[in-house]
Design a protein around this ligand. Structure first.
Ligand code: ASP
Length: 337
């Protein structure tokens, strides 16, 4: 967030209190806090508004926070402008778009997820049905697809022309020792491994906690690869007595440190969401000597305190919130290693 936005946010936000970091007591840390009910998502201004405004509208009309977080996740899933979630997501190595998603509901500590799901736009809604209409937690691949079809989801092609062309450029410029050649006029390379994903977390007026993580996963992944997003405790975790956390970025690192679970448990032990997000990133740094990837965490506790942090430099808000006060944008903090 630019300093102007930051000032605006500080003015608009309901409470800002100074807390010291557990790891470094001498460093004062500002803690963003909002009134409940509230919803947050792991995106800045543009997508924050696109996702949270219809989601909040859903909350206002239904008073059902699970429906509201699902509405928010569905927005990105069906939008071809986003190439890291749902329709328009970048495909795997073989050009197939495969989706991962998870959902959690605080009351009853319920959860559901799908992994490597093809041809269905709303992976988070299928995850919700796994939670509500089965006695299981996770369905994968073709069987997740069959389950979705049994529940009436339409078969759709998720690969947009834009994503197909990007994938093809990646494939054609990957190596000079294979037989795939870029077009004569195309001198650019496409080495970038796009990261994305979205977390939508909400706490209702009764203090109940809900969350979704949904993604098309790491661009150009090996077929069969499943990331952190559908793994309960990695890409998403919540506890109805504590709060919620979600991850985006390099899923392997989040899985091997149980990122979202770690954050929620640290909040249970008394860390603020901001402290806990930074703590979980430092844990990744403990097992990696070279951080050449991004991981971003967002978290919220039952007091309405919000935290967000990532490895990559921060150029604008990395998290958005909506409450009765309207939209708020949160810069978060870069954890430098
Ligand atoms: N976390 C996702 C995964 O590893 C990807 C991302 O957020 O970019 O599948």
């Amino acid at each position: 967030m630019k300093s102007f936005d930051r000032r605006t946010f500080v003015k608009k936000s309901l409470t800002l209190s100074a807390l010291s970091l557990g790891a470094n007591k001498s460093r004062a840390e500002q803690q963003v806090r909002v009134l409940l009910p509230v919803m947050i998502c792991s995106r800045g201004r543009k997508w924050g508004e696109r996702v949270l405004q219809p989601a909040w509208q859903k909350w206002l009309t239904s008073q059902n926070m699970l429906d509201a977080v699902e509405t928010g996740a569905n927005v990105v899933e069906q939008d071809p402008d986003d190439n890291s979630v749902g329709y328009g997501g970048l495909p795997n190595e073989e050009g197939k778009v495969t989706l991962d998603a998870s959902i959690m509901k605080g009351p009853g500590h319920r959860c559901g997820s799908v992994a490597a799901l093809e041809n269905i736009v709303h992976a988070s809604s299928v995850a919700r049905l796994v939670m509500e209409r089965t006695d299981h937690i996770m369905l994968v691949g073709k069987d997740a697809y069959r389950f979705a079809r049994a529940h009436g989801f339409k078969k759709e092609n998720l690969l947009t022309e834009k994503s197909r062309i990007e994938w093809l450029r990646w494939k054609e410029t990957l190596s000079e020792r294979d037989d795939w050649l870029p077009a004569d006029h195309d001198t650019s390379r496409n080495n970038e491994r796009i990261t994305g994903t979205i977390n939508v977390l909400g706490i209702d007026d009764q203090g109940n906690v809900f969350g979704i993580t949904t993604t098309s996963g790491l661009a150009y992944k090996i077929p069969g690869r499943v990331g952190d997003s559908p793994i309960i405790g990695a890409g998403l975790y919540l506890d109805n007595t504590v709060g919620a956390a979600g991850a985006t970025g390099r899923g392997e690192e989040v899985i091997r440190t149980c990122g979202s679970f770690l954050i929620v448990e640290k909040m249970r032990d008394g860390m603020s969401p901001q402290q806990a997000c930074e703590y979980a990133l430092k844990r990744i740094a403990q097992v990696n000597t070279d951080i050449d990837f991004n991981v971003k965490y967002i978290a919220i506790n039952k007091k309405g305190q919000i935290g967000c942090a990532q490895f990559k430099p921060i150029k604008g808000p990395i998290c958005s919130a909506i409450s009765s006060k309207g939209m708020q944008y949160i810069n978060g903090k870069q954890v430098k290693i």
